[in-house]
Design a binder for this molecule. Sequence first.
Ligand code: FPP
Length: 245
Amino acid sequence: MPEQSDQLQIPRHVAIVMDGNGRWARQRGRPRTFGHKVGSSKVHDIVEESKELGIEVLTLFAFSSENWKRPKSEVTFLMDLMIQMLKKEIRKLEEKGVQVRFIGQRELLPEKLLKVIRDSEARTRNNNALILQIAASYGGQWDITQAARSLAGKVARGELLPEQIDEQTFAAELAFSDLPDADLFIRTGGELRISNFMLWQAAYAEFYFTDVLWPDFTVDEYHNALRHFSKRQRRFGQTGEQVSG
Ligand code: FPP
């Protein structure tokens, strides 16, 4: 661990949009899938460093609800890449105490990926060194919609009154409601947008955008993001004086 990490404020939950794989590959005259392959090899170091730093939850945006609109060959490649990565890494993740979870619209994922997901989650469910959440077929709008549907069902069955729906009851229906909201939201690849990732759970996240393309994102770049986070004053709606006083 580098020395400067001693002064870092460690966020409980880091969420990352790993953008820029396609452009990274194109810049090298290679197919977009090559960028995804190299990008996936960067995940290992970031997971390892998150665990070393004592981050509780790392959520990686691997495949969005909208990514289904990409060419079929790229979609298939990404599904297969997730399978390969999990198969390759699961033993080490298991040994290192990492708990693996998937969030997203599972019913859309191919059965062969679901099988590996179920196996990975079962094997690591009691681990608590780091929770690694992989968002696949995930969208913040999907999450909010499924929570609303679930609450509507409870109201229709007479289990809940509409007046009882508040921020807490709503949040309890969302994906990973048992985990803290995102503290630090990192997006690589130069775009300044959320792209439907964690619309609710990033309400008070600090944002860090970098032009670095995901395949070039190193542990040093990760430390840059954490240093920026450490300098921010998080006020959660209060005044600066209230927070520092
Ligand atoms: C965005 O780059 C990246 C993706 C849609 C896929 C990211 C997936 C991985 C790195 C694999 C991760 C796997 C696991 C199991 C965590 P882009 O294609 O949008 O790049 P562009 O903006 O340059 O076109």
